[in-house]
Ligand binder design. Structure first.
Ligand code: PRP
Ligand code: URA
Length: 247
């Protein structure tokens, strides 16, 4: 079969920074594919982000480094996610007695991690939002069928009144993330108050997710080439949960 949009055509390769270097002197790297879905926000493909992703994609990167570099990307995702929350005008007076017209966040938030791999993103969220409430949804993908199964959920009682930062580093078929959004919707959270923070997505997963839950905003670091015959993301990074917790 010839490569096409659905079975994994190569991602674009461009010269990656720094910007003051002439194009001819920049190393060529594979950057994220662009997508059509307007609810998807891909982090800027900076040399720093590409270097961090290169570390965690490498099969020879050991667990301590995998955790360290994943955490750095997670921090970038959380910072970008917070840019999508609404703010209201807020004026303060500085120590020299002058007013500064600024803003402050409007409304309450909470994190929700899709266990197990999504729990790896909780620390990054806590670093930015000190005492944030965190709910858990345990969904596991069947290794043979790739279909998600819901085992458990424990969420803040007032979750329907909060903005939800949904956390899972991998979006492959999209089945697990869609199921998690359905759990949140059943608790009364409107789709457009959910932000899904994700490290690596497949184009198939992005399409499926945007079709099923079109109002959920996706913040991802990278849209990869596609899926293999076991529905693993390619080139991907393998099993995120195993690499972060057990390997
Ligand atoms: C992984 C990953 C996502 C899911 C993605 O979890 O963390 O939750 O697979 O695949 P999908 O988009 O095809 O549903 P997994 O179920 O392997 O469990 P883990 O977090 O314990 O590794
Ligand atoms: N889960 C992972 O951890 N990696 C994949 O590539 C797909 C699902």
């Amino acid at each position: 079969m010839a490569p096409n949009e659905s079975n994994g055509c190569p991602s674009p390769a461009i010269g990656v920074g720094p910007s003051y270097r002439p194009e001819a002197e920049k190393p060529t790297a594979t950057v994220s594919r662009k997508v059509d879905q307007s609810n998807v926000h891909i982090l800027p493909q900076t040399p720093q982000l590409i270097a961090l992703l290169t570390m965690i994609r490498d099969k020879d990167t050991q667990r301590a480094d995998f955790i360290f570099y994943s955490n750095r990307i997670i921090r970038l995702l959380v910072e970008e996610g917070l840019n999508h929350l609404p703010v209201v005008p807020h004026t303060v007076t500085s120590p020299v007695g002058k007013d500064y017209t600024g803003v402050k966040f409007e409304g309450k938030i909470c994190g929700v991690s899709i266990m197990r791999a999504g729990e790896s993103m909780e620390q990054g969220l806590r670093e930015c939002c000190r005492s944030v409430r965190i709910g858990k949804i345990l969904i596991q993908r069947n290794e043979e069928t790739s279909l998600p199964k819901l085992f458990y959920e424990k969420l803040p009682a007032d979750i329907k009144d909060r903005w939800v930062l949904l956390l899972d580093p991998m979006l492959a078929t999209g089945g697990s993330a869609i199921m998690a959004v359905e759990v949140l919707k059943n608790k009364g959270v409107p789709e457009d108050r959910i932000l899904f923070l994700n490290l690596i997505a497949s184009p198939e997963g992005i399409k499926n997710f945007a079709e099923k839950v079109p109002k959920v905003r996706v913040i991802t670091a990278f849209v990869d080439q596609g899926l293999d015959d076991k529905n693993y993301i390619v080139p991907g990074l393998g099993d995120f949960g195993d690499r972060f917790y057990t390997l």
